[in-house]
Design a binder for this molecule. Structure first.
Ligand code: M6R
Length: 367
């Protein structure tokens, strides 16, 4: 049942190239180089009228929503907010019939997300669900559904569902951009080609899992560590931190790299591991200055970046892990794989129950 893997989580990490391919299958027209989402009931007119987007989810799906916010804002230039479902309902969200609400849920059964969906619908919003279970309560209640085709996810720690959600957000963002004319045909074709390259790129990363394993064994000896990054790297930092806490029980925090000096820097002391995500080239220099800030306080820094930046970055960091080159909006779909492996191998080194971490359930059906 685990297909020769020791744990479901490792199997599911390895299933990501297939999950990416399956989620894109039939949704990219290779002749016209356009996105097609025939399952959507939303009309072109409704799409043109969207004034704002609210993304709602919990846990890892919320982290996918943080990436989704940037993807949609960049591609479609409409304001997007991302909320944790258990908070959304109680903040009197401002919703109109021109609000597109996107709920994200692997299981489609998360109670808080389902309640937020109903709240948004009762306020008149059109609700689109991105879910991995088409027969779920969330899929049934939503006005529109984009299915992620990751296949069943058994491990409590979500991996392939998250990355398939990233694919779904990019497809949706490109589709909205196509309808609203906010991206040229060339830009869309270029992004689609980069998306189609992702599965092989993930495969090449999985071949380097041993390097991550070695680093995971080092950090498993620590009690605290930090993840830092800017922009989408910050979103991925949050997901990496959750994954590590969830299955290795090592305390970690994810920080927007520029926020450190507003308090957290006080916690950086000799030998503390800091994992710096550095893929967003428009802010790379700024991230490097933040890396220098923690280095100066004795941190032991691992950078996750593109090959071309490894040599220059090694002047400021202790170790670097290179990921394949892709477009800025797509980098989370690659960098997160390194962090999934890191959490997995740290949990393994500590002898924890990787697939069934303490206190947690796969599907949270209570509010
Ligand atoms: O099924 P959902 O996507 O709605 O679940 C949401 C969270 O409970 C889930 O992502 C949780 O955070 C994962 N265990 C994290 O790995």
């Amino acid at each position: 049942e685990k297909g020769g893997f020791e744990h479901f989580m490792l199997k599911e990490i390895h299933e990501q190239p297939k999950a990416y391919r399956d989620t894109m299958l039939g949704r990219i027209d290779n002749e016209t180089k356009k996105v097609q989402l025939p399952e959507l009931k939303m009309t072109e007119e409704q799409i043109k009228n969207i004034r704002n987007v609210q993304i709602i989810a919990c846990g890892t799906a919320y982290h996918a929503g943080l990436v989704g916010r940037t993807v949609i804002e960049q591609l479609v230039r409409i304001p997007v907010e991302t909320d944790v479902a258990s908070e959304y309902r109680y903040r009197s969200p401002i919703v109109s019939k021109d609000t597109l609400v996107i709920v994200v849920s692997q299981s489609g059964e998360t109670a808080d997300t389902l309640a937020a969906l109903r709240e948004a619908q009762s306020n008149g919003a059109h609700v689109l669900a991105i879910t991995n279970v088409v027969g779920s309560s969330i899929a049934r209640d939503a006005d529109d559904v984009i299915a992620t085709l990751a296949g069943p996810e058994i491990a409590v720690a979500s991996t392939k569902a998250y990355t398939s959600q990233l694919i779904a957000f990019n497809l949706l963002g490109l589709y909205l951009a196509q309808v609203r004319g906010t991206q040229t045909a060339e830009e869309i074709a270029h992004t689609l080609a980069a998306m189609q390259a992702l599965p092989e790129q993930v495969e090449s990363m999985l071949e380097q899992a041993e390097a991550i394993k070695g680093y995971a064994e080092q950090i498993s000896k620590h009690e605290h560590l930090f993840f830092i990054g800017r922009g989408l790297d910050y979103a991925v930092a949050q997901e990496g931190s959750l994954k590590l806490k969830e299955i290795s029980y090592i305390h970690s925090e994810a920080y927007a790299a520029g926020e450190l000096k507003h308090g957290t820097l006080a916690l950086i002391e000799d030998g503390i591991p800091v994992i710096a995500l550095a893929t967003q080239e428009n802010v790379l220099e700024k991230t490097v200055s933040n890396i220098k800030e923690v280095k100066a306080r004795g941190a032991d820094v691992l950078a996750i970046t593109y090959e071309e930046h490894v040599a220059p970055l090694l002047k400021s960091v202790d170790q670097a892990f290179a990921i394949p080159k892709t477009l800025p909006l797509l980098s989370p779909a690659l960098s997160v794989v390194a962090l999934q492996l890191l959490a997995y191998y740290a949990s393994l080194a500590l002898g924890h129950d990787v697939d069934k971490p303490r206190n947690l359930a796969k599907s949270v059906t209570v509010e």
